[in-house]
Design a protein around this ligand. Structure first.
Ligand code: FPP
Length: 230
């Protein structure tokens, strides 16, 4: 959800105003995802590196997240949306951690859309953590190194990935064309879509345009197209 700060600066407003307006776009994009038949949506809301931002900005972001969770969980439930969070959640303010646990618990049975927020998330750390927990299992005799394969490795990523498939499409807003430590393991064959639009201006229509673009792509996963004969 990139570009909140620049969006605000363009309007001579404080960066935090951009985050507030960006927060308001979350429901629109959830709606657009449901209308498009998307079954899982992951929003990168706060990276591990974002802890290095000025304290007042970090505080404002967690304040926004807290009010979002206080306000929206009933609605998520009504809409049959399951909520989950991934990342180093232990670093989050306690109030946020409690609200996340409550939201995850209360929406556990919902299956129309799985909404994941990546919070205090860094993919390299996720991969290192996975290696560490596999190492501990080997040390305690619960796992043999010969049993390690892609599936076993992925099962040790945050929240066991809850059986989610790898993402089909990754959308990055604000014109930046990089991955920024997001789901590095999971996006090996994900289609990438870069939108020049700053997140607070990213509408349902922009989301659907990204989906249409994706639908016109041909995914070969390193193989050749089925229409190509030998
Ligand atoms: C990146 O834009 C955005 C963030 C670090 C925060 C995203 C958070 C929200 C949209 C609101 C909180 C979330 C919820 C679910 C209510 P940036 O600040 O890096 O923008 P810039 O690149 O223009 O500086």
């Amino acid at each position: 959800m990139d570009g909140n700060g620049r969006w605000a600066q363009e309007k001579s407003k404080p960066r935090v105003f951009g985050h507030q307006e960006g927060g308001k776009k979350v429901s629109d994009v959830i709606e657009a995802a449901i209308e498009s038949g998307v079954k899982a949506l992951t929003l990168y809301a706060f990276s591990e590196e974002n802890w290095g931002r000025p304290q007042h900005e970090v505080n404002a972001l967690f304040q926004l997240l807290t009010s979002y969770l206080e306000r929206e969980v009933l609605k998520l439930n009504r809409e049959n949306i399951r909520f989950r969070a991934i990342g180093n959640l232990k670093r989050l303010p306690e109030r946020c951690q409690n609200l996340i646990a409550k939201a995850e618990q209360e929406t556990l049975q919902n299956d129309r859309l799985i909404l994941t927020l990546a919070l205090s998330y860094g993919s390299r750390s996720e991969i290192v953590e996975s290696c560490r927990s596999i190492g501990f299992k080997i040390k305690s005799g619960l796992l043999d190194p010969s049993e390690i394969n892609h599936d076993v490795f992925a099962q040790h990523l945050y929240a066991n990935n809850d059986g989610l498939a790898d993402p089909d499409l990754l959308i990055r807003t604000s014109g930046e064309q990089r991955i920024s430590n997001f789901l590095l393991w999971q996006i090996a064959y994900t289609e990438l879509y870069f939108s020049p639009v700053f997140w607070p201006d990213f509408s349902k229509e922009h989301f659907k345009e990204a989906i249409r673009d994706y639908q016109n792509r041909q995914r070969r996963y390193g193989k050749v197209s089925e229409s190509i004969s030998t």
